[in-house]
Design a protein around this ligand. Structure first.
Ligand code: PNS
Length: 162
């Protein structure tokens, strides 16, 4: 049984992330999406909220599981018995950071490999950061995230403006 982990911040999950999750779910028996609880960042959504949102938007893909994690991605992969870390590559600008992470991870854990899926062209420009910025200024985010995510983001923005 081949297990892969897909670690990330997912603050919030976009159609770009979902594209990677769906495609990875066809390549591996199980995909465990790891939601990083990063104390250094102040995310829009708590780790519990991000896990709940991801569970909702992946509920129709039976071999996808969502789990929060702290610390190193390679340790998370080991805990999950995964030999592969999946990451999405949108553009050349992602490459340097992703290569550095993949190589660091390989030094940390020689038996775990990183596999990159190039994001589908229609989502290549998408990032959680830009989605949040568009929402903050009242722009329409329905082309970037599933309806349930758009509702959650807009609710958060309203709460923050109160
Ligand atoms: O969605 P993101 O923010 O691009 O995901 C980045 C993530 C979570 C994959 C990366 O920051 C990570 O792996 N963090 C855990 C700490 C770690 O393992 N660092 C070593 C790799 S350099």
């Amino acid at each position: 049984m081949t297990i892969a982990v897909y670690p990330g911040s997912f603050d919030p999950v976009t159609y770009g992330h979902l594209d990677v999750i769906e495609r990875a779910s066809k390549l591996f028996d199980t995909i465990i999406v790891g939601v990083l609880n990063n104390y250094k960042k102040s995310p829009l959504f708590s780790v519990e909220e991000r896990v709940n949102i991801l569970e909702e938007v992946t509920k129709d893909i039976p071999n996808v599981k969502i789990q929060p994690f702290t610390g190193l991605s390679v340790n998370f992969a080991k805990e999950c018995n995964a030999k592969v870390i999946v990451r999405g590559l949108r553009a050349i600008t992602d490459f340097e950071y992703e290569l550095q992470m993949a190589q660091t991870n390989r030094v940390l854990a020689h038996d775990i490999d990183t596999m990159f899926l190039t994001t589908s062209l229609e989502y290549a420009y998408l990032s959680s950061t830009t989605v949040k910025e568009v929402a903050l200024f009242g722009g329409n985010i329905e082309k970037f995230v599933p309806p349930v995510v758009a509702t959650e983001i807009n609710n958060k923005m309203k709460q923050q403006k109160l």
